[in-house]
Design a protein around this ligand. Structure first.
Ligand SMILES: Cc1ncc(C[n+]2csc(CCOP(=O)(O)OP(=O)(O)O)c2C)c(N)n1
Ligand code: SF4
Length: 485
């Protein structure tokens, strides 16, 4: 048409290409007529309008929208079914400048995730929740959701939902409005253009509230799922307007500023004051930090009872005292003793993205099983400390340097097998020079209350260091028959 330029383009908040499948990059994975696609568009446009794309993080759920991260060119985290508000809480608290969105279906939010959404709302987390109510479990083939209508047939309510048997539909917006803390809660629908425009306004408003630091918002969006409802897209849209909307009336359920009692969110005291402990700031922290510390990702593995987790905690605590960023991630089996146990410790001068270390720079293998299991994951040029005099037969040293330190044997000679972990910790410090060894002593002095054990631990530190200094040659690599060049 003359005078008009027709422009078909995606919002810049979407990726140019959907990389999911080579042959399907021009389309989404959603069914024709699905409401998810519309909501995605509205969110993307709002992100662009508010200029927050670069600091936005989308938490996608399990459900048909599990692949949301293929579309949105923002930070993306995909989480387990129902857990999105909890993950969003962590993301927002760790990155207060980010704009965090929890995107959830009704199975995800109102069934398995009921606890998470109620508590996130009740805490007044400064996040946006976009809640897609299509009255059914879409992805898994049409089971009854908490929002399924009375009489509605689903694969798990084949006679239609009966209130006496399956209860009445849960009205999430009304339920959350009973809490005092949420800032903004609105239910909108995608049944016609007028309502879609209202949905767009609501989504943008929720994001604006977060941008202004206003607190918790939830937008419930009544949405068509033509596939599971076995309707054509136009009929499914109509059904939303004529049927779903009757049970879930549209409206604003909450729109007020976050009002908390005085002092609301800001702690009056520092953590150290509250705990009545000395902050323990070391003298000249910054100069010490840069000269005597270095970044390291360490995996410590063995069996329960070997003090694996404690060793990791000590290392992390030492890093903390040197004013480094640290993380400690434990993993252990259900057995109290002799099950497998391992932990990941990160020492870093920068903020740590994830505590999980899939490729450690240093592996401490306190038993043979851990050596075999984790050695292949060590980075090329990394280090493996193995708790033995020599490597097991048939073990071929991988890309990393392997050093045998018979920590258990040394600990036995000192008088207690219990301190093998401390011997190994000292060996690690000496071999990697990641932290000053004195900080190990100072950490032990504050964590070990028993004087005898503390003395033993100090001797263990010395023995571990000595072993590395006197028994291990520089540049040497352990061989199956013991230590050699
Ligand atoms: C812990 C757990 N329980 C159950 C499932 C199976 N599951 C996957 S998606 C889904 C329901 C999705 O429905 P909904 O949240 O309404 O989203 P929709 O697919 O309709 O968008 C279920 C039960 C799962 N993946 N994880
Ligand atoms: S099954 Fe329903 S919710 Fe899932 S993509 Fe298809 S229309 Fe959308």
């Amino acid at each position: 048409m003359e005078g008009y330029q027709v422009i078909h383009q995606k919002s810049p908040a979407f990726y140019d290409k959907y990389e999911r499948k080579a042959e399907l990059q021009h389309q989404t994975h959603y069914c024709p007529g699905c409401g998810h696609g519309i909501v995605h568009k509205l969110i993307a446009e709002a992100l662009t309008d508010l200029g927050v794309q670069d600091r936005a993080i989308l938490v996608s759920p399990v459900g048909c929208s599990v692949f949301a991260y293929y579309y949105f060119d923002v930070g993306n985290v995909q989480v387990a079914h129902g857990r999105a508000p909890a993950a969003a809480t962590a993301l927002k608290r760790a990155n207060p400048e980010s704009i965090v969105m929890s995107y959830q279906g009704d199975g995800d939010l109102a069934a398995i995730g009921t606890a998470e959404i109620i508590h996130a709302a009740n805490r007044g987390e400064n996040i946006c929740v976009f809640f897609i109510n299509n009255s059914i479990y879409g992805m898994t083939g049409g089971q009854m959701a908490p929002t399924t209508l009375v009489g509605q047939v689903s694969t798990t309510s084949p006679w239609g939902r009966r209130p006496g048997n399956e209860g009445l539909p849960i009205h999430i917006s009304e339920l959350l409005s009973a809490l005092e803390t949420p800032t903004y809660i609105e239910r909108v629908a995608l049944n016609d253009m007028k309502n879609i425009m209202k949905a767009k306004k609501a989504i943008k408003k929720a994001l604006q509230i977060q941008k202004d630091g206003g607190g918790f918002s939830l937008v419930e969006i009544l949405s068509p799922c033509p596939t599971i409802l076995k309707m054509d897209p136009v009929v499914a849209r109509k059904w939303v307007g004529e049927t779903l909307l009757k049970t879930f009336p549209l409206g604003v359920f909450r729109d007020r500023k976050l009002e908390l009692p005085e002092g609301g969110k800001v702690p009056h005291k520092t953590l150290a004051e509250a705990l009545e402990v000395d902050e323990g700031v070391p003298e000249e922290p910054t100069t010490r930090r840069h000269t005597h510390t270095r970044n390291l990702g360490v995996k410590i593995a063995g069996f329960g009872g070997q003090g694996i987790l404690l060793m990791g905690q000590l290392l992390a605590e030492m890093g903390l005292r040197e004013h480094m960023e640290v993380s400690w991630l434990p993993s252990y089996g259900p057995e109290m003793r002799s099950g497998s146990a391992h932990c990941h410790v990160t020492l870093s001068h920068d903020r740590i993205g994830s505590p999980l270390i899939s490729q450690p720079e240093v592996l401490v293998a306190m038993n043979e099983l851990s050596l075999h299991k984790f050695a292949p994951s060590v980075v090329s040029g990394g280090l493996i400390l193995y708790n033995h005099t020599h490597l097991p037969e048939g073990f071929s040293a991988p890309q990393a340097r392997v050093v045998c330190v018979p920590a258990s044997e040394i600990a036995d000679k000192l008088g207690s097998a219990k301190v093998a972990n401390v011997v190994m910790l000292a060996a690690l410090l000496e071999e990697t020079e990641c932290l000053p060894a004195e900080s190990a002593i100072s950490v032990l002095e504050t964590t070990v209350r028993n004087k005898k054990l503390l003395e033993l631990d100090k001797r263990a530190i010395e023995a571990g260091r000595n072993y590395v200094d006197t028994e291990i040659e520089v540049g040497a690599v352990a061989q199956p028959d013991g230590y050699s060049y």
